[in-house]
Design a binder for this molecule. Structure first.
Ligand code: TXD
Length: 308
């Protein structure tokens, strides 16, 4: 049996996610979008690259969901992206409609689905997907923390001129301006970052991390980041399909962990064959816990505006 992965949205994040999945030979891909011809054209183009890249994964594009039948994972990227001056929250109403529509359709064709939400505002869109799919919380979660942590790792690598792969960083909280980069848990080849970077430089890195998405939006002007976001989503797909049980920061539905109840917030989790298998509870200082609470409060405020 070949593994099938549905990617909804054939825009920047969706198409790049599909490309990474087939190039890493994680499974066959069905790329779905509302715009006629775009998923078909991008799918065929990517499929043809297999002859050169050396993969045999199938990839097809579609405007409906019949082809997605029997998928084990759905990466949900459809929706509007930010333009300069827009916050992620400005996207709420329109993207709620899009996510609700796509998730209800994809669930009709695949019974045993794990949904990775990418669409912004991320934490609220995870909640929409959970409500509409009626799947358990281990099967519906979101990508944000891996991206935010990757940005922090990149900025630390730039500062210290060392390999990004030696750097470990954890960013908690909602995917927004209230995210909580945890410098105390940040290490370079095992050495605490606080021993390597002066407090003012570290504060600047934390600030740049929190504004990392806007920095790219301001450069691109017509859209938001997609290379790092797609890499982050595919790391999640890989850990689930190969049952790697990687510990990764993801948007998870919390029921009491970190003192949060009934909300999606970014926390470290174990991703394996059973989806989000476990939430890892880090010990937080009073300041960190307060920052996380503030972040959770802003997620709660947005979720209060949902109509589904
Ligand atoms: O960290 C994160 N979670 C994020 C989130 C990082 C980067 C981007 N993030 C969000 O993902 C972003 O704010 C957007 O909400 C989504 C998708 O971003 P992308 O950059 O891929 O946007 P595009 O290029 O505009 O693509 C969106 C596609 C486009 O092709 C539309 O035609 C399609 O979504 N779309 C739909 N497809 C299927 N069904 C419906 N209803 C639909 N509506 C739009």
């Amino acid at each position: 049996m070949r593994t099938k992965i549905t990617v909804i949205g054939a825009g920047n994040v969706g198409a790049t996610t599909a490309q990474r999945i087939v190039e890493q030979q994680l499974g066959d891909v069905v790329l779905v979008d509302v715009v006629e011809g775009v998923p078909q054209g991008k799918g065929l183009d990517m499929y043809q690259s297999g002859a050169v890249e050396g993969f045999d994964m199938k990839i097809v594009g579609a405007n409906n969901y019949e082809e997605t039948a029997g998928s084990s994972i759905c990466v949900m990227t459809a929706g509007l992206a930010r333009k300069p001056g827009m916050s992620r929250d400005d996207l709420l109403k329109k993207n709620e409609e899009i996510v609700a529509d796509c998730i209800s359709k994809v669930c009709r064709h695949s019974r045993d689905l794990t949904i990775i939400v990418v669409t912004n505002p991320l934490d609220a869109m995870c909640e929409v997907a959970r409500r509409v799919s009626k799947l358990p919380k281990n099967k519906v979660f979101g990508m944000a923390g891996i991206l935010d942590s990757a940005r922090m790792r990149a900025f630390i690598a730039m500062e210290l001129n060392v390999s990004m792969t030696n750097i470990h960083a954890t960013v908690l909280g909602g995917h927004g301006d209230t995210m909580v980069p945890l410098t105390r848990y940040c290490t370079v080849a095992g050495v605490p970052i606080t021993e390597l970077i002066a407090p003012d430089r570290l504060a600047a890195i934390v600030k740049r991390t929190a504004g990392g998405g806007a920095e790219i939006v301001n450069f691109l002007k017509t859209g938001s980041a997609y290379y790092a976001p797609s890499a982050a989503a595919v790391e999640m797909v890989d850990s689930i399909l190969k049952d790697k049980k990687k510990i990764l920061p993801c948007a998870a539905y919390l029921e009491g962990e970190y003192g949060v109840n009934g909300l999606y917030v970014g926390v470290p989790v174990v991703l394996g064959a059973n989806g989000l298998e476990r939430v890892i509870e880090l010990k937080l200082t009073a300041d960190e816990a307060a920052a996380l609470k503030k972040s959770a409060d802003s997620v709660a405020e947005l979720c209060g505006l949902l109509t589904c």
